[in-house]
Design a protein around this ligand. Structure first.
Ligand code: AQP
Length: 342
C-alpha cells in the first residue's frame, strides 16, 4: 500500500432515509453512473449508519436500504463494475470513524451548517451521532483512500472537513497516509431546490410531498407536481443572466438542463420567451421520460429482495478487501498493539 501516491478511486453515498428524490438523482445518482463509464474503481454506499443519526423506524430502514440499492441499479449502476454496499456491513467505516472522532475537534463539528440546520434550537436533545456525522463521513471516504467524491453542493462543507481530518491525521502522526480528497460538484443541478420554495433545497425530510419528485412517483404524480410548482408571473428569459433573483424559475430551468444534458443557455435559446404554462408540460414530459424507466425497474427489483441482499453481501466482501488493510495500517500508525490480522 503506497503512502505517497493514491490510485484514483471514487466513493459516494446516500442515506437510506426514504423518499429518494430528483435532487438525489441529479446531484448524486446520475453522476455516479457517469463516473462508472470512466472506468475508475468506484464504491457506492447506502449510508445506514448515517441515517440513524435521526430516528428511523427499523422496518422502514430495511425497506429504504433495499429500495435505495434498487434505485442505484435501476439508475444504471452495475454491481459487477461498481461496488455497492450498505455501510453497516463494512465495519471498518465505524472503526475508522472512532479514530477520526479523536482527531477532529468539537469546534469543527459545531460549525457545520447541516448540524445547525438539523439540530436547530434543540441541540441538547440531538443525538451525539448527528454531531459526529462528518467524522463518520470522512471515514467512509478515507477508509478506501478515495480520491474523488461526487456529491451535491450541500456536501461541500463536509468534504472540506474530510480534508481537514486527513491533513491533521497525517500531520499528527508524521505520515502521508490519507489523501486530500477532491469533492466533485459539477453539472446544472448540484443543488435542486424545493418545487414549493426556491430558497430551500429539495429534501427527503421536507414534510411537503409536493416539494419533491420522488423516484417512486408515477407519471401522473410527476406531471401534477410540476404543474403546481411555484413560479413567478414572468415568461422565460433568453439567457442565464435573466434568471438572477428568480430562484423558482432558475430551479425549473436547471432541472430541465440537467435532465436533457444541455447547458442552461442552450435550454434558454430554445424556450426563451415562452410562458411557464408552455414550459411546465415540456418539463413534465421530459421528467417522466427520464424517470419512468427507473421507477419501473426499481419496482421490479424490489420484487426480488433476496437478490438485492446478495448484491450487498458480495459488495461488502469486495469492499473489505480494500478497507481491512487500510484500517490495519491506521491502527499500526496510531500505535495500537494487536494481532497482525485485525
Ligand atoms: N436537493 C439536492 N440537489 C442536489 N443534490 C442533492 N443531494 C441531496 N439533496 C440534493 C445529494 O444527494 C446525495 C445524498 O444525500 P443524502 O440523502 O445522504 O443526504 P442529504 O443531502 O441530507 O439529502 P436530503 O434529501 O436533504 O435528506 P434529508 O432530508 O434526510 O437531510 C448527496 O450527494 C447530496 O449532496
Amino acid at each position: 500500500m503506497s503512502e505517497t501516491s493514491f490510485t484514483p478511486r471514487v466513493f459516494s453515498g446516500i442515506q437510506p432515509s426514504g423518499n429518494l428524490h430528483l435532487g438525489n438523482y441529479l446531484g448524486a445518482l446520475k453522476r455516479f453512473v457517469d463516473w462508472q463509464a470512466r472506468d475508475v474503481e468506484s464504491i457506492y454506499c447506502m449510508v445506514d449508519l448515517h441515517a440513524i443519526t435521526v430516528w428511523q423506524d427499523p422496518s422502514d430502514l430495511k425497506k429504504a436500504t433495499r429500495e435505495l440499492c434498487a434505485g442505484f441499479i435501476a439508475a444504471g449502476l452495475d454491481p459487477e463494475k461498481s461496488i455497492l454496499i450498505n455501510q453497516s456491513q463494512v465495519p471498518e467505516h465505524a472503526q475508522l470513524a472512532w479514530i477520526f472522532n479523536c482527531v477532529a475537534r468539537m469546534g469543527w463539528m459545531q460549525r457545520m451548517t447541516q448540524w445547525k440546520d438539523k439540530a436547530g434550537k434543540n441541540q441538547q436533545n440531538a443525538s451525539l451521532g448527528l454531531l459526529a456525522y462528518p467524522a463518520l463521513m470522512a471515514a467512509d471516504i478515507l477508509v478506501y483512500h478515495a480520491t474523488h467524491v461526487p456529491v451535491g453542493e450541500d456536501q461541500k462543507q463536509h468534504l472540506e472537513l474530510t480534508r481537514d481530518i486527513a491533513i491533521k491525521f497525517n500531520h499528527d502522526y508524521g505520515v502521508n497516509f490519507f489523501p486530500e480528497t477532491e469533492p466533485v460538484i459539477e453539472g446544472a443541478a448540484t443543488r435542486v431546490m424545493s418545487l414549493r420554495d426556491g430558497a430551500k433545497k429539495m429534501s427527503k425530510s421536507d414534510p411537503s410531498d409536493a416539494s419533491r419528485i420522488n423516484l417512486t412517483d408515477d407519471a401522473d404524480t410527476i406531471a401534477k407536481k410540476i404543474r403546481k410548482a411555484k413560479t413567478d408571473p414572468e415568461g422565460l428569459p433568453s439567457d442565464a443572466k435573466g434568471l438572477e433573483d428568480r430562484p423558482e424559475a432558475r430551479n425549473l430551468v436547471n432541472i430541465y438542463a440537467a435532465l436533457s444534458e444541455q447547458s442552461v443557455d442552450q435550454v434558454l435559446a430554445d424556450v426563451g420567451g415562452r410562458q411557464f404554462s408552455e414550459f411546465k408540460p415540456m418539463l413534465a414530459d421530459l421528467a417522466v421520460a427520464k424517470m419512468a424507466p427507473i421507477t419501473t425497474e426499481m419496482a421490479r427489483l424490489m420484487e426480488n429482495q433476496d437478490e438485492i441482499d446478495k448484491i450487498l453481501a458480495r459488495g461488502a466482501e469486495r469492499a473489505r478487501e480494500i478497507t481491512a488493510p487500510i484500517l490495519r495500517r491506521t491502527y499500526e500508525i496510531v500505535g495500537m498493539v494487536g494481532p497482525s490480522e485485525i
